[in-house]
Design a protein around this ligand. Structure first.
Ligand SMILES: [Zn+2]
Length: 99
């Protein structure tokens, strides 16, 4: 039977530290473990996303004739790549590190 919102579900143990925490699902991590994993995943994701942004800049440097306008677009693309890759890499790093 699906649990109703606001109903008093029994606390479920965290998948990592086995602390019983209310309002998490089976196999999920408690907020403390999730925060620890994010701290460990952030530097990994930062390095990967800087590398991806550099690849965009290197590609533009060698493959595109750079005008002042295209430089702004390349900078915007590099920043966008950094943000997007960082979000994805953080999630993947958390999934990899939790095992
Ligand atoms: Zn935990």
């Amino acid at each position: 039977m699906p649990s109703l919102p606001g109903s008093a579900d029994p606390p479920v143990p965290c998948a990592r530290c086995l602390t019983r925490v209310p309002r998490i699902k089976w196999g999920d991590l408690c907020p403390d473990c999730l925060a620890q994993l994010k701290v460990r995943a952030t530097p990994i994701a930062r390095r990967i996303s800087i590398f991806a942004a550099l690849l965009v800049i290197i590609y533009a440097w060698f493959q595109i004739t750079l005008t002042p306008t295209s430089r702004i677009w390349v900078a915007a693309m590099a920043i966008g790549t950094y943000v997007l890759v960082r979000r994805i890499a953080t999630q993947i790093a958390i999934e990899v590190l939790r095992k």
